[in-house]
Design a protein around this ligand. Sequence first.
Ligand SMILES: NC(=O)c1ccc[n+]([C@@H]2O[C@H](COP(=O)([O-])OP(=O)(O)OC[C@H]3O[C@@H](n4cnc5c(N)ncnc54)[C@H](OP(=O)(O)O)[C@@H]3O)[C@@H](O)[C@H]2O)c1
Length: 299
Amino acid sequence: MRSSPLSLLISIISAITLSHAMILSTKDLKCGFLGCGTIAAAIATGLASSSDEEVTFSHFHVSKRSASKSAALLSRFGPDKITICESGDNQEILDSSNVIFVCVLPSQLEEVLSKVKFDHERHTIISLVSTSTLPQLISLSSLPPTSVFKMICLPSVATHDGTCLLVPKSETVKKILLPLGGCVGCESEDIMTKMMIPACLMGPMYAIMKGNLDWMVKNGVPAEDASYYIGRTYLGIAKDAEAKCTDPKHFTDLIEEQTPGGINQQAIENLTKLGALDSYDKAMDKILERLTGRGDGKA
Ligand SMILES: NC(=O)c1ccc[n+]([C@@H]2O[C@H](COP(=O)([O-])OP(=O)(O)OC[C@H]3O[C@@H](n4cnc5c(N)ncnc54)[C@H](OP(=O)(O)O)[C@@H]3O)[C@@H](O)[C@H]2O)c1
C-alpha cells in the first residue's frame, strides 16, 4: 500500500526528531560561540565553571572577537577547556562544536549565519540575539526546527544566578542550560516575550530602592547606613520570594502572612489606593507594546 503525502511528511519529521534526540546528549558537549562579547563570555563562564554532573562540557570554542573577553576565558579555564579561533573563520568554530550559541548583535546576525554551513547531523543552535525569530534562524541556518532554539538570559548566568528563557521547549536543552541558574521552557515566542517583562522591571526596582534611600536621608538617616540596610533588607525579601517560587500561590501566601492590621498590610492597601500597583500593570502593558513593535512603550 502506498503512503499518503501527509503520512510520509509525518514519518520524515519523526525521523528527524528521533535522530536529533539521539545526537544531542548532555555529556561531553562541545560548545561554540559566534561572537565573544558580554553575553557570550557570561554563558561560557557559567557553563565552564558548572559542577553539574548531569551535564558535562568537554570544550568551548570561541571567536577571537572582543579579544579581552576571549583571552580572559582562556586565562581562567585554560587550553584544555577553551580554544580561541585565531583565524577569525566562524566555520572553524562550527566544525569543532555541536552546540552553537549565536551571540552577535542583531545587525550582524544575517551576515554571520549566511557565511557558515551547519551540519544537520551534528549542530544545535541557540540564539541569544534579541530580535531573532525561530523562522528566521531556521531559514538562515537551514537546520531542522528541532535543532534551532532561542534563549534569553542576563549576564548573571556567569555566576549561575541567571534564569534562562528557552523556546521551543526541550528537556535536553533545558538540562544543558540549568547550570546557568535555572531555565524555563516557553510554549511559544509570544509567551517568551511576555516572560521577558519582569527582567525589564529591574530598573524600576532599583529606582524604588533609590527612592527609599533618598527618603531616609532626607529624614536624617546617614546615607551609608541607609544604603547598606536597604540592600540587605531587599536581599532578605528576595530570598523569601524565591524560596517556594515553583508554587504560583506562593506570592499570595507571602502577602497573606503579613500581620493583620499591621504596617505592611496597610502599606499594600495604601499603595493599591494610590494606584501604584495598577500603574505597574500599565507599565508592563507598555513594555509589551514596545517589545512587540506595537508602539514606542511610552506611558
Ligand atoms: N548583554 C546582555 O546582557 C544580553 C542579554 C541577552 C541577550 N543579548 C543579546 O546577545 C547579543 C550580543 O550582545 P552582547 O551584549 O554580548 O554584545 P557585544 O558585547 O557587542 O558582543 C557582540 C559580539 O559579536 C562579535 N562579532 C561581531 N561581528 C562578528 C563576526 N562577523 N563574527 C563573529 N563575531 C562577531 C563582536 O566582536 P567585536 O567586539 O570584535 O566586534 C562581539 O564579540 C545581542 O544580539 C543581544 O541582543 C545580550
